[in-house]
Design a protein around this ligand. Structure first.
Ligand SMILES: Cc1cc2nc3c(=O)[nH]c(=O)nc-3n(C[C@H](O)[C@H](O)[C@H](O)COP(=O)(O)O)c2cc1C
Length: 212
């Protein structure tokens, strides 16, 4: 299963990036190829609500704005499963992620019989709250709406905070390994729960100790 790991953060060594790496390792351990993208590296404008409220999003299932959206839409079409990882800002997903999904649902919800480019594809949603931890569930709830509207197949919803970091990175890893295994029934037999105990995973996500 080709898994697209989508993050959205300005910090290469922050919590969101750590979640992305845990997801990537989970996909690799699930014997699947992973592609990682950070939406902050792409130009994604806001929907301008063109014409009478619907533009080419309704008629051609593409956006008329000239930026990186089309390229990203194609990446989503090629993937067979997803992880969406957002930092929690004001109890919501990040602005680039909201801008992207605002436009993607316009283009995809308008396809006939709900045949979106994400239809039936498993999706793990992660909300990374580095502050108080407040709003992580609200953020996941917004991501759940996207998954439902886009007709993807929600596999798991994972909140992570500073306090839960160590074990939730494990959870993200294991969720992705399980998601990849579930796409190949013969692999489920190969990967009992005890498989987790056989891998030296706990040490992998430890933060380096501060000196002094
Ligand atoms: C504008 C802004 C709003 C934020 N709002 C929240 C919030 O509502 N709840 C929370 O727990 N953390 C909040 N935070 C902290 C971020 O969730 C935290 O920095 C994020 O998990 C870290 O992601 P990063 O390491 O990828 O930067 C906010 C941070 C910023 C910059």
């Amino acid at each position: 299963m080709k898994v697209l790991i989508v993050t959205s953060t300005p910090n290469n060594d922050g919590l969101t990036a750590a979640c992305g790496e845990a997801a990537r390792q989970g996909v690799v351990d699930g014997h699947s190829p992973a592609r990682m993208i950070n939406l902050n590296d792409y130009a994604i404008g806001s929907c301008t609500v063109c014409e009478d409220g619907w533009g080419t999003c309704k008629t051609e299932h593409r956006c008329s704005l000239q930026d990186d959206f089309g390229k990203l839409q194609e990446m989503f079409a090629q993937a067979e499963g997803y992880v969406w990882i957002s930092p929690v800002y004001f109890g919501e997903p990040s602005e680039p992620m909201k801008a992207f999904f605002d436009r993607l649902r316009r283009c995809e919800m308008t396809r006939v019989k709900g045949e979106t480019i994400l239809a039936g594809k498993p999706t793990v949603c992660v909300a990374a709250a580095g502050g108080s931890g407040g709003g992580a569930i609200r953020c996941l709830s917004e991501m759940e709406r996207w998954a439902e509207q886009l007709k993807s197949d929600p596999f798991d919803y994972i909140p992570i905070t500073r306090r839960t970091r160590e074990y939730q990175l494990e959870t993200i890893h294991d969720a992705l390994t399980a998601m990849c295994a579930a796409s190949e029934p013969e692999r489920v037999q190969e990967m009992p729960l005890s498989a987790r105990r056989r891998r030296p995973s706990r040490r992998r996500f430890r933060r380096p100790q501060k000196k002094g």
